[in-house]
Design a protein around this ligand. Structure first.
Ligand code: PMP
Length: 361
């Protein structure tokens, strides 16, 4: 039996995607070879890679001003690769501090140039998306995290910037409609809404790409990767294939706008239950609540541990909060069905009934 998996990533994938991937591992779509056995230079693979890139373009409504790059590794590699390409030692990048991943991104960029914080919600426990202070003197770019996987906050609208905007979309790409014309560089690791861990995607405006440095080892150079159509060093062939299957699935669901509606429904269902339930609370400011990672707490620590045991009995896994934030977290990415979210809400109600004597005011 498949468990109810609320893990933050690697996370649940649609069952038909897993079934097709399992078949493809034995034999890729009647070609007589496993997908793990094909050369990355073969027509078989380049067709799959090009289809994946085309699907990103189609699903995100990208115009000719954007390039899509399929990359090896995860989001942290992008934390380094971005400043390698775009930041000089004398230049400054501004970061919006929304917590853990923003800190990591700053730490990595500081290896290549100057970094400053241009807004922070540290004082509010990262339970809100911060206001931006006036942009100081010439910043080379501003970087933000659209969805904060650990604290459960999310930008609904991205701020307008007078300098290039870079967005870490690791945990909400393909789940919400975004206006890419206002974003110079977006990136995401795969292991939430794209596919299995080990592959990432970047969406870069050509005008911004032109500013990338040329003196880089080619494997790190975005210009070089674009010139080689994302097929320079051997790509993670199986992960590319699984991501393609997942994007085909997403297209079959009606695309980003269609799943966005369901994502809103799923999030509303869960936040409503947290508000209603006497045992739990959500500290995130309602207007900034994430539709992907619902972070909440039991009002009493012992109740939290008992709830985790209860979830275990009910076949719910992956619901512990990140170690940096504590508490509980239900990740409800595209592949998480409304039925599974309703099941979790029902389990929360059953738990409340069992603990009816524990009433907090
Ligand atoms: N940014 C965000 C928003 C994330 O959620 C994560 C991973 N959960 C990362 C960056 C880091 O990703 P990776 O482990 O692939 O480096």
């Amino acid at each position: 039996m498949r468990k109810f998996n609320f893990s933050s990533g690697p996370s649940v994938l649609p069952l038909p995607v897993l079934q097709q991937a399992a078949a493809g591992l034995l034999e890729l779509e009647h070609h007589g070879v496993s997908v793990a056995e094909i050369s990355h230079r073969s027509r078989l693979f380049t067709d799959l890679l090009n289809e994946l890139i085309s699907l990103f373009r189609e699903l995100l409504h990208l115009g000719p001003e954007h390039e899509v790059i399929i990359l090896q590794g995860g989001a942290r590699l992008q934390f380094a690769q971005i400043p390698m390409n775009f930041l000089k030692p004398s230049e400054t990048a501004g970061f919006i501090d929304t917590g853990y991943w923003a800190h990591k991104a700053m730490e990595y960029a500081a290896c290549y140039g100057q970094v400053i914080t241009i807004g922070s919600s540290a004082d509010q426990g990262y339970h809100i998306i911060p206001e931006i202070s006036d942009l100081p003197h010439q910043l080379t770019y501003v970087q933000l995290t659209t969805n904060n996987t650990i604290y459960g906050t999310q930008y609904q609208e991205l701020p307008k910037m007078a300098v290039p905007l870079i967005a870490d979309m690791s945990s909400d790409l393909l789940s919400i409609t975004r206006d890419f014309s206002a974003i110079d560089f977006a990136f995401a690791c795969a292991q939430k809404n794209v596919g299995p861990a080990g592959v990432s995607v970047a969406i870069v405006k050509r005008s911004f790409l032109e500013k990338a440095h040329d003196q880089l080892p080619p494997v790190f150079s975005y210009k070089n990767l674009v010139a080689h159509h994302s097929n320079y060093a051997t790509p993670p062939v199986v992960n590319v294939y699984m991501s393609l299957l997942n994007l085909r699935w997403l297209k079959g669901q009606g695309g980003v706008a269609a799943v966005e509606k369901i994502n809103e429904e799923k999030a509303a269902l869960l936040y409503n239950e947290i508000e209603r339930n006497r045992l739990f609370n959500c500290p995130v400011v309602p207007a900034h609540r994430s539709r992907m990672n619902v972070c909440f707490f039991a009002k009493e620590k012992n109740t939290e541990l008992a709830f985790l045991d209860f979830c275990h009995e009910k076949n719910i896994v992956g619901i512990e909060g990140h170690k940096a934030a504590g508490g509980l977290r239900a990740s409800i990415y595209n592949a998480q069905s409304l039925e599974n979210v309703a099941y979790l809400a029902k389990v929360m109600q059953q738990f409340e009934q069992q603990h009816a004597s524990t009433v907090y005011y």
